[in-house]
Design a protein around this ligand. Structure first.
Ligand SMILES: C[S@@+](CC[C@H](N)C(=O)[O-])C[C@H]1O[C@@H](n2cnc3c(N)ncnc32)[C@H](O)[C@@H]1O
Length: 396
C-alpha cells in the first residue's frame, strides 16, 4: 500500500504520518500485520514466554521517563546526548538516568546507536513533545495499574462487591474513598482529566465518530448535556460542527472549574460548564440529548443504574440518552488485537472502581433494570471507531 501510493518508508525514528494514522486504507493492513506478528510471536515463543512476557514493570519505567522529563532533557539544538548531559538537565544521578533509558530502549523508546550516545526514536520524541502523553503514562501507572494489580486482593476481601470503594484501587491507595473522590482530594484529578484528552487523540477514539454518526443535524438548535463530560473533548467538537446547538458540560467541581477556562471564545455563548454530581438528580430539564460518554463503564451495575435513574426526572418525551461506550462482542467475532484492547479496559475498570465493560445484552438489561420505560433505539459501531453509540429513548 505504502509503495503503491508513494508514501515514505516507515521507520522507528519518525512517527507514522498523521494523515495515514486515520486512513482506513492504511489502518486495515496495519492491523492485519500487527495481528499476524503477535500470532507468530506466540507460536515461536511458546507458553512460558507468552505468559511471562506481559510486563507492567516496563510501563513503570516509561513513567519514570515522564516523571523526570528525561525525553525533553536533550541539550538545546542537539540530536543526541550523553547520559551525563541528560542527568545534568533532569537533575538525577547519571546511573539512574542510564538505567531508566536503557530499560526503555528494548521497547524502541530512545536508541543508543553508539555506546553512551542517546538519540530519539519516534516514541521518545512523542514523549518529549507531548505533555499530555506524559501525564497519560503517569496516570496509567499511578492510578490504573496499581488498582488492576490489586483486584484479586479486592475480590478476596470483598467477594462479589459492586461498591466503588471496594476495588483494587482502594487496596493500592489504602483508602475508603471511591477512586474519583480520592483523586480529587489528593490533587490528582487534573492528571486524570488530561489523560482523558489523550484518549481522544487516538483515531479509534476520535470525537469525529460521535460528531458524524449521530443525527445532531436533526436537533437544529437543540441542547446537549454532556454528563461526566470532563473537559468537553467530545461535546465541544459537536458544538463546533453544529452552530445552532447548545452544550452544557457537567462534571465534578474541580474538573469543571479548570475546563471552563479553556473553552474557545467563539463558543462561550453556546458551550457552558456546570458542576454536577451525577449521583444526584439531573438539574437540566428536557434537553434533547443526555450524553454519557465513557462514564457508565466506570461503575458497577448498581451505580450505573443510579446514574441513569437520576436522569429520569429531567427526561421529556423527545429526550434521548446517548451512550458512547465499548460494546463487548461475542467471543471470536473480532480480531484478538481489538479484543485485547477491550478486555484490558475491562480489567482496568474493575481495578479502579468495580466498573466493567458490557455486552449488548448487558446494556439492554442495564436500562431495563433502571426503568422498563427505556427503549434501546439502536446500537451503531462506526467502522474505525473503538466505541459504539447506543441511543436510548424514553417512552413515558
Ligand atoms: C472516564 S471519564 C470520561 C470523561 C468524558 N466523558 C470522556 O469521554 O472523555 C469519567 C468522568 O466522570 C467524572 N465523574 C466521576 N464521578 C463523577 C460524579 N459523581 N459526578 C459527575 N462526574 C463524575 C470524572 O471526573 C471523569 O471526568
Amino acid at each position: 500500500y505504502l509503495h503503491g501510493e508513494g508514501h515514505p518508508e516507515l521507520s522507528i525514528e519518525d512517527d507514522v504520518p498523521h494523515y495515514l494514522q486515520s486512513n482506513p486504507a492504511f489502518i486495515q493492513p496495519r492491523d492485519t500485520i500487527i495481528q499476524a506478528c503477535r500470532e507468530l510471536l506466540v507460536m515461536v515463543q511458546g507458553a512460558y514466554s507468552t505468559i511471562t512476557s506481559q510486563r507492567a514493570a516496563e510501563f513503570a519505567n516509561t513513567a519514570a521517563v515522564c516523571h523526570f522529563d528525561i525525553a525533553s532533557s536533550f541539550p538545546e539544538g542537539q540530536e543526541s546526548a550523553t547520559f551525563d548531559e541528560l542527568a545534568q538537565n533532569c537533575k538525577l544521578p547519571e546511573p539512574d538516568v542510564r538505567r531508566i533509558v536503557r530499560g526503555c530502549i528494548p521497547n524502541y523508546i530512545f536508541q543508543e546507536k553508539n555506546v553512551g550516545e542517546v538519540s530519539h526514536t519516534a516514541a521518545s520524541k512523542a514523549l518529549a513533545k507531548c505533555n499530555l502523553l506524559r501525564e497519560h503514562v503517569e496516570m496509567m501507572c499511578g492510578e490504573i495499574l496499581p488498582g488492576a494489580l490489586k483486584y484479586t486482593d479486592a475480590m478476596e476481601k470483598w467477594p462479589g462487591s459492586e461498591e466503588p470503594n471496594q476495588a483494587g484501587f482502594n487496596i493500592a491507595n489504602n483508602t475508603q474513598h471511591p477512586a474519583f473522590e480520592h483523586m480529587a482530594k489528593n490533587g490528582r484529578l487534573e492528571r486524570f482529566t488530561n489523560s482523558m484528552k489523550v484518549a481522544s487523540m487516538s483515531p479509534a477514539n476520535s470525537p469525529i465518530w460521535l460528531v458524524e454518526h449521530y443525527p445532531w443535524h436533526c436537533l437544529d438548535s437543540g441542547t446537549l448535556v454532556d454528563v461526566g463530560g470532563s473537559s468537553g473533548a467530545y461535546s465541544i467538537p459537536i458544538a463546533e460542527h453544529y452552530p445552532e446547538m447548545k452544550c452544557i458540560i457537567q462534571d465534578l467541581p474541580n474538573v469543571v472549574h479548570r475546563a471552563e477556562k479553556e473553552v474557545p471564545d467563539n463558543l462561550r455563548d453556546r458551550v457552558t460548564f456546570m458542576p454536577h454530581d451525577f449521583f444526584t438528580e439531573q438539574p437540566v430539564k428536557s434537553a434533547d440529548v443526555y450524553l454519557l460518554r465513557w462514564v457508565l463503564h466506570d461503575w458497577s451495575d448498581k451505580y450505573a443504574i443510579r446514574i441513569i435513574r437520576n436522569l429520569i426526572p429531567a427526561l421529556a418525551k423527545h429526550s434521548k440518552i446517548v451512550v458512547q461506550e465499548f460494546v463487548l462482542p461475542e467471543p471470536g467475532k473480532i480480531p484478538t488485537l481489538e479484543d485485547r484492547n477491550l478486555r484490558n479496559y475491562d480489567i482496568c475498570m474493575r481495578g479502579l472502581s468495580n466498573g466493567k465493560e458490557r455486552e449488548t445484552k448487558d446494556w439492554e438489561s442495564l436500562f431495563a433494570r433502571a426503568d422498563p420505560r427505556f427503549r434501546i433505539v439502536g446500537i451503531v459501531k462506526p467502522q474505525g471507531s473503538a466505541l459504539s453509540i447506543v441511543e436510548i429513548a424514553w417512552e413515558a
